[in-house]
Design a protein around this ligand. Structure first.
Ligand code: SF4
Length: 497
């Protein structure tokens, strides 16, 4: 069942809002749902949701908007286009086909691999750009709409450069449709801040969302009140929510509600390791949370300093202690392996840290969760080499075995998938044929290998890295900070090693 927190409008312009994954993920995606709300409330627009597992039948579609949050989302895009019998390549489509466009973090970071498939793309924060797009689309034919869109900030028409659009945060974004089919069933998610001022050198959540911004306290409280009229599940969202200047007040407001007898299930995706407080954990526990996550990102203090995480071992130990003493049952500790300049000594540091945590927190559940470093565009590490899979596998096996010996659980991302993600992240327009071949070959790891043999894209640089002075495929996105500042930051970090 769905509960709408707004009043829909309608119109003659049929806009398919397509999410390239199943409905459960779409209904948990705040960005997608908020933009759907914008379209659904707009006079003249008939907004229709579509997912890979549910595409409503509709006689004529004027435009299709895709939301791309993950590098592998192109599979879902092709899947939906195929089911609608629409050619993948924009140059194979004509006036009779809908306008097809995309936005989301994947596009903001690097739209180049997808430019042969979309008529235009949205780079940066979607909310304001999207409403301008809607106004142009609903009152112009396809050709004229594209001409007008070329002058809109944040619109990337393939081969032209684009200035990323950065929104001023005003009205709080929250889940506008509560759904029992959502991955986070009936959960009212509220964005309280966007981006992160920490600027860890690998982190797109920080770098594509600079500067760090947050919503006014009063507006967040109003949103919480609105949500509580419909559900008792509240989740606070943001890459660095505890950096909101009134984060403690927000948490205390929720605590008072719980203390007054209102049953609230509170969700926060992760705790900030260097600012976990007993009070924060106590409120989370009151809100029904039993486990949480802290991210340490790298094996040793030396490496954390290099990546700009600047987290000391005693801060990690302290965060675990506070979590245990204040009622959580366990913590997941997230980190990466394969960061540039990582040595065997750094890997050994994981074990030393795990032993200390284990010794100091008897009976407390700890799980280490690892992924491998994927260099991402728009960050200071966009030039870095991806470590070879063979050495990553050795590190992974070593950690798995040694952590098990001391009774610490561990989980690892797939090295193979992280490898392909690196290629997708740092690719250019020449990946197009490869992407369609992957889709046709069946989407599994074997399909990627087969597609590579068949289409032979040049992936050397995507894997081995780029020179500082050379042009990068995603230079067409004018980001903040600009490339010269990223170069300076990369050099500054290298000088720390
Ligand atoms: S990794 Fe976490 S702390 Fe670092 S910049 Fe990204 S969001 Fe912020």
């Amino acid at each position: 069942m769905e509960k709408f927190l707004y009043t829909p409008n309608t119109g003659n312009y049929n806009l398919l809002m397509a999410y390239p994954a199943p409905e459960s993920f779409a209904m948990a995606s705040l960005g997608y749902l908020w933009l759907y709300r914008e379209a659904d409330m707009r006079d003249g627009i008939n907004a229709i949701r579509a997912y890979t597992d549910n595409i409503p039948s509709i006689r004529s579609i004027n435009a299709i908007a895709f939301s791309m949050s993950f590098d592998f989302d192109f599979i879902g895009v092709f899947n939906i286009l195929e089911k609608l019998d629409i050619p993948f390549y924009s140059n194979s489509r004509d006036e009779s086909h809908p306008l097809i466009f995309a936005g989301g973090p994947v596009i903001t970071t690097n739209p180049r691999p997808y430019e042969k498939f979309f008529d235009f793309m949205i780079a940066g924060d979607g909310e304001n750009t999207f409403t301008r797009v809607l106004d142009i689309l609903k009152s112009n034919n396809k050709k004229h709409a594209l001409e007008l869109l070329a002058d809109v900030d944040g619109i990337y028409i393939p081969q032209k450069s684009v200035k990323k659009y950065t929104a001023k945060l005003d009205n709080v974004i929250y889940t506008p449709i509560l759904s029992d089919k959502s991955y986070f069933k009936d959960t009212f998610i509220i964005e309280i801040a966007r981006g992160c001022m920490n600027r860890c050198a690998f982190c797109t959540a920080s770098y594509i969302n600079l500067p760090f911004r947050y919503y006014e306290y009063e507006k967040i409280i109003d949103a919480i009140e609105l949500g509580l009229n419909y559900t008792n599940k509240i989740a606070l969202l943001g890459a660095q929510i505890s950096a909101h200047p009134q984060f403690e007040n927000i948490m205390e407001y929720i605590e008072q509600k719980i203390d007054s007898g209102i049953n609230i299930e509170l969700g926060i995706s992760s705790l900030r390791t260097d600012s976990v407080t007993p009070k924060m954990v106590q409120i989370l526990v009151k809100g029904g949370q039993k486990h949480s996550t802290i991210a340490i990102e790298a094996a040793s203090e030396r490496l954390r300093k290099f990546i700009n995480k600047n987290l000391k071992e005693e801060q990690i130990l302290n965060a675990v202690k506070i979590a245990r003493e204040n009622g959580l049952k366990g913590l997941k500790i997230y980190s990466m392996i394969g960061i540039p300049n990582e040595t065997d000594d750094d890997i050994q540091e994981f074990l030393n840290l795990a032993k200390k945590i284990k010794a100091e927190n008897k009976g407390f559940s700890i799980e280490f969760s690892f992924s491998t470093f994927v260099p991402k565009p728009q960050t200071p590490f966009q030039w870095a080499k991806r470590e070879e899979s063979k050495t990553l596998e050795k590190k992974q096996k070593f950690l798995e075995k040694e952590l098990a010996k001391i009774g610490v659980k561990s989980k690892f991302s797939s090295i193979k998938w992280d490898y392909w993600q690196t290629i997708l992240s740092r690719g250019d327009e020449n990946l197009a044929e490869f992407l369609t071949a992957v889709y046709k070959n069946g989407e599994n790891i074997g399909a990627y290998k087969k597609a590579l043999k068949e289409t032979k894209p040049d992936i050397f640089k995507a894997i081995n890295g780029f020179e500082l002075q050379e042009a990068l495929p995603w230079d067409i996105v004018e980001n903040y900070p600009p490339k010269n500042l990223l170069i300076n930051e990369y050099k500054r970090l290298l000088s720390r090693i």
